[in-house]
Design a protein around this ligand. Sequence first.
Ligand code: ATR
Length: 276
Amino acid sequence: MQPAQFAVFGHPIGHSLSPQIHRAFAQQFGIALDYRAIDVAPADFAAAVQRFFAEDGVGANVTLPHKAAACALASQRSLAATRAGTANVLTRLEDGQLAAHNTDGAGMVRDITERHSVDLRGHDGLLLGAGGAAHGVAWNLLDAGVETLTIVNRSPAAADALADAIGEPARAHTRYWEDLADLGSFDLIVNATSAGVLGGSLQLPFSLAGARALCYDLSYGVAASGFLAWAKTAGARYAIDGLGMLVETAADAFELWHGKRPQTDPVYAQLRRQYS
Ligand code: ATR
């Protein structure tokens, strides 16, 4: 019998760790699976996904730049996917239609609170960026007890749109990027911009990092290095990349597809050796 078919769709996708993570999870349970990385340009994404599921695909991860398109393709959406307007997991339903999930925010919060043992309750948070990645984590940060979330984006309209969508003005509000030096300090700073992924860097004032600051970059590897170096120089208590988040979000996808909860720590430890 052919093993069950899974895939991750992205563009580019060459360096995706998802195949390695899902194969490692599957090994924990002796599950046979075929997990491929599929590089597809935005114009071809919908057709490629439909072909994959028509040819017995069971589940797919979706990464940049397809997360919004993945959400739009589905006929059912989880609350997290609906709120974010993006999806990183697609699952085939019994009638052949697709369900969209977004496990990014839950994975990030679990990485912070469980792996790094930081309680987010009562934190004043700063969210840098208001694109797809920021949408994927904003609600989860508030649900985890972050007291206030200040959203700052280079283009203010996108920050306003995210704050409006959250609809809790006393807790989630926006400020201008140009005013970062005047905002005082934060306990939590989340870099959800794509500056590092695009090979750029952020010019951030050191005054942003408070004494107990946790600085978290949603990316990992070279893309996260600039922000994490800034955080360390600024004296942040924690400077954490998104590698643990990636493993946690994958674990949620794995559980959706296989009904089993994998152990994430050994897989995280293995990847950490690759991205020290
Ligand atoms: P993603 O899915 O990774 O979030 P996105 O939806 O394109 O990708 O969003 C990218 C985010 O990074 C946006 O908030 C973008 O700011 P703008 O809305 O002003 O474009 C932000 N970003 C990208 N490069 C940046 C840079 N050099 N400085 C500051 N913000 C940057």
